[in-house]
Design a binder for this molecule. Structure first.
Ligand SMILES: NC(=O)c1ccc[n+]([C@@H]2O[C@H](COP(=O)([O-])OP(=O)(O)OC[C@H]3O[C@@H](n4cnc5c(N)ncnc54)[C@H](OP(=O)(O)O)[C@@H]3O)[C@@H](O)[C@H]2O)c1
Length: 343
């Protein structure tokens, strides 16, 4: 098999680190791997399964010597470098939301629309993490039963805000425990300074991710609607989401209600999901088995369970709960799966 020279931009971040592991786990045929981060990381050495690699700053030369660039350093850097990456004939697979809604930039989940990846003009976008995790479960149900309406409530981990989000949860939890001296009655009176989130995240939940839009939804919530339509190639499905940050470290969970065109039973849905790539059914309430973020962390398949007939939509509706590692399927794993379409 031909090898590909790969560069990861944002290699020290939550997503970038997961990308290095995914290249190895998916046995990606890496020729040379280069790791790019900010000025403050320059010169540090990272131990990887591809050898010890020295972190470097971004430059044209990096892209001229690479076939594929996996970008996860934020939208501003992606926007700034796009034209130069494309000019260097290096395929850009971008994790930010910078290009997702451009008509000639494919938005790809390989289990769903791998053919769209071939129509790229130098850039392929990776979907928002909440969307990607839901999409791998919703797509087989859509194919089998036709989705009419989808209503999602999310439980999103702090790592969705990057390495700094996880650190904030750990620091605040420790500070609150110290200040309250472990007295539960004192916890809500503790003073912690939020930085990564709008409010304290320790011992709290925050129904606010990304900026509020004119329609009252947040951008994170609207991304789920916009991106599901683009990935499925079908904007007739009504999709609504409420996105909530919770004090976990890794793996997003979502409670999902669907209304379907055709009637659907729990057994039929379970059979479809058990046969679907990227999905793992974990659904045995009698043994207290259902998806949870701690169990889903570090795993590639999106867990689905609590599958039940929805009592509002009856035989044309289901309700279920999913947990998926958003640093993997919602970011790094999906990006490397896209890259693998080109080897
Ligand atoms: N976290 C998620 O669940 C998730 C999911 C899907 C998509 N994404 C997207 O992926 C991107 C990265 O997210 P993250 O969570 O990994 O963030 P992160 O943990 O904050 O990491 C940011 C990375 O960008 C690097 N960086 C910053 N400025 C740079 C510069 N001028 N040149 C080169 N590299 C620079 C940082 O390097 P230093 O360490 O040197 O500062 C670090 O490696 C964002 O666009 C985010 O929206 C994240």
């Amino acid at each position: 098999m031909d090898t590909k020279n790969v560069v990861i931009v944002g290699a020290t971040g939550a997503v970038g680190k997961a990308m290095i592991k995914c290249l190895d786990n998916l046995e990606f045929p890496v020729g040379n791997l280069r790791l790019v981060a900010s000025e403050r990381s320059k010169g540090k050495v990272v131990k990887t399964s591809f050898g010890e690699i020295t972190l470097e700053t971004i430059s044209d030369e990096v892209f001229e010597s690479s076939d594929i660039a996996l970008f996860s350093a934020g939208g501003d850097i992606s926007r700034e470098w796009r034209d130069r990456v494309v000019a260097a004939d290096c395929l850009m697979i971008d994790n930010s939301s910078a290009f997702r809604y451009e008509y000639d930039v494919p938005l790809v989940v390989p289990e769903i629309n791998p053919d769209a990846a071939r129509e790229h003009n130098g850039v392929i976008a990776n979907p928002n993490c909440t969307t990607a995790i839901a999409a791998v479960v919703l797509w087989p149900l859509h194919e089998a039963f036709g989705l009419k309406k989808v209503i999602i409530s999310t439980y999103q981990a702090t790592s969705g805000a990057g390495a700094k989000g996880m650190q904030e949860l750990l620091d605040q939890t420790r500070d609150v425990l110290e200040e309250s001296e472990g007295n539960p009655l004192k916890v809500s009176k503790c003073h912690v300074e939020p930085r990564a989130f709008a409010h304290p995240i320790a011992f709290n939940i925050i129904p606010h991710i990304d900026k509020f839009q004119k329609n009252g939804y947040t951008k994170e919530e609207m991304k789920v609607t916009w991106e599901t339509h683009k990935i499925f190639g079908d904007d007739s499905i009504a999709v609504s989401c409420t996105a909530v940050r919770i004090p976990t470290l890794r793996a997003h969970s979502e409670s999902i209600v669907i209304e379907t065109e055709k009637s659907v039973s729990v057994d039929e849905a379970r059979e479809v999901l058990e046969d679907s790539d990227g999905v793992k059914v974990v659904d045995n309430p009698d043994d207290e088995l259902y998806p949870m973020p701690l169990e889903a962390s570090g795993k590639s398949g999106v867990r689905v369970g609590r599958i039940r007939q929805n009592i509002v939509f009856g035989e044309n509706g289901l309700e279920f709960f999913i947990s998926g590692d958003q640093l993997l399927k919602g970011a790094a794993l999906n990006a490397v799966q896209i890259a693998k379409l080109f080897v």
